[in-house]
Every structure is written in C-alpha cells, then in structure tokens.
Design a binder for this molecule. Sequence first.
Ligand code: ADP
Ligand code: MG
Length: 358
Amino acid sequence: MENTAKQNEALAGEQKFRRIFEDSMDGLILWNDEYQIVDINYSGERIFGLSKDRLFGKPLLDLFNSVEEKKQEIMNHIEQAMQIGKQCSTIVIEMIDGTVKHFDYSTKRRIVDGLNLTVIIDVTEKAKMQEQLRKSDRLNIVGELAAGIAHEIRNPMTALKGFIQLLKPSIKAEHSMYYDVITSELARIDSIINEFLILAKPQEIRYQEKDVCQIMRETVDLLSAQAVLYNVQFYTEYEDSLPFVYCEPNQLKKVFINLIKNAIEVMPSGGQITIMINKTEEQNIQICIQDEGMGIPKDKIIKLGEPFYTTKEKGTGLGLMVSYRIIEEHNGTIQVESEEGKGTLFKIMLPLNHYIKS
Ligand code: ADP
Ligand code: MG
C-alpha cells in the first residue's frame, strides 16, 4: 500500500518534469555519451522542423544535416562542453524555408547520469533589434561628421568647378579625355557631398499637412525622362481621398526619388515599376515601390541603409541611408521584401498621427 503511494508520487513528480521539459519555450535536447539523441522537446522539434520519433537514437549531428557547413562549428562547441563541463555559443543558420535565424545554444555535460543537455534559444528578434540600434548609431555619427565636412569641401569644390570650366576652350584635343574624366569625377564628388548635406538637417525644414500622392506624382513626373531612357514604365495606383500626412514634403520627395532611381537602375533592359499608395487599418499611409530587377540576396538586405554600402560601380551607397533617416524622422518605417531574379519591394509606412521627433 505504502509502496504504491510512493510510486504514484514518483510518477506525478516525473510527469511534472516531463511537462516542464515538453512545454519549455527553448529547444531542449538530451543526448548520451555516444552522441545519440535520447529526447527532444516540442520547441526543439519546431526549430529543426523534424519529428521526435525520427530523431530518437540518431546521431546528434544529424540535426544539422541541412547546414552541412556549420557542422564543424557545432562539433567544436560539443567537444569543448565535454571537456570543460559547459559551453555557450551562438550560431546563424539559414533555415530550409530561406529565413535566416540566430540561435544561442548552450550545452551542459552530465546533467544526469549519462545524459547531456543542449538548450537552444531563438534570438533572431533580439539580434535584429541590436542590428537596428547599431545602424542608427552609425547614422548619427555619420550625420554629425557630414555637417562639418561637407561644408568645408563645398567651397573649394565651387572654385575647382568654376576654373575647370574656364579651362575648357584651351584644352587640346588629345587631352580632352582627361578633361572629361576630371569633370565627371568632380560631378561625382558633388553628388556625394549633396547627399551628405541632407544628413545635416537643412534649415528650411517645414513640416506640414500634405497629400503624399501629390508628392509622388511630382516625383514620377520628374523621373519620367530617365525612365524612358531605360525603357521603364510606371504603373501607379493611389487610393482615393487619402488623408493628408504631416510631413516635410521636400524630404519625402527625396526619399521617393532615391527609391525610384534605384528601381530604375536595377532594370537596365527595362521593366515596370509599380507604385501604390493606400491607407492601412493601423492608420498608416503605406507607399509601395516595386521593381522587376534582379532582387537582393537575403544576407545583403541587412546591409541596406548602411553608409557607403553599394554594389554599383558609380554608386555612393548613401541614397538609402538618407532615405532611412528621413523616414525615421517622420516616425515611419521602411521594409524591404526581395526575391532574387524577380524583384524588390520597398514599403514605406508613415503614421497618420501628428507627433514628429524633434
Ligand atoms: P547606390 O544607389 O548609390 O548604390 P543606395 O543607398 O541607393 O546607393 O543603394 C545601396 C545598394 O542597395 C545598391 O547599390 C544596391 O545594391 C542595393 N539596392 C537598392 N535598391 C535596390 C533595388 N530596388 N533592387 C536591388 N538592389 C537594390
Ligand atoms: Mg541609389
């Protein structure tokens, strides 16, 4: 009688720990000294996309068959854990569905007799937030530098541009190529400085209630000549009677120009740019700019908006940075969705409330 009570108690205890093991939000894997999987909980199954019964008794490293190139890194982690007792590491893995995930994982040797435990935590969201923080930090520093330097460079540039213009008639034919290089490089420096200067807050910033569709119409008109040159067509769709947005119209126009220019530039043999503006349920104005260009590889999307990140021979890598900054000042966001070979969608969200960061 007493025995059964004890057994029941033990059973209840075991069931309790079973529940804790199964329902833990982190992935838990128990494995033996032969490196075979003894148990894995529900979160673990989800992380690896493999079912429990297919994993029992299998080698631990089988979990990572889909990321062959990471196996060495994981082996090292496990060996170190076995030597020193415990080990914590992080790893970035491209999942089967193509998403990139960040994991913290830690291993403890002999958690109970003959069993070792590895805990895996999905920290993708945290990693993304840290990256955002780093990015905006860098933006602030670049912004401050820009204000100082750009003005200093602008003055000598004006003199250079003026005098080089005066020299033009006296350039000999055989030197005309050098002359062209000098003027085109000067123009390039000029464009970099101009983009830089936008970072330093211009004085005449004036936020006002404006029709975003109107700003977009003006932008499309402005760029239509360049679009024709590249054999690019615009398709636009603006929702009727949208509310006005409290914004700096010239700054917004700058963002639209940057994004549409990029869209034109990724379609050297033509294509369509789709521009849509509508209101979302969350009281945002949503502006979508979609191209049919070559797209952006997954691991490069995170680099967008970094100063000087460019894949173009003549690019400055400042257009997106400036755009991100401006939208940030409007309390909005820019999201990027891209499929390689198909195209890229830039989605700007502008809140319809009146609060603006000062
Ligand atoms: P730049 O145009 O001078 O290179 P940007 O800041 O405008 O600088 O863009 C940075 C980089 O982002 C580009 O060089 C390109 O690699 C990538 N990019 C931006 N927009 C697109 C797009 N629509 N499609 C593909 N790649 C893009
Ligand atoms: Mg650009």
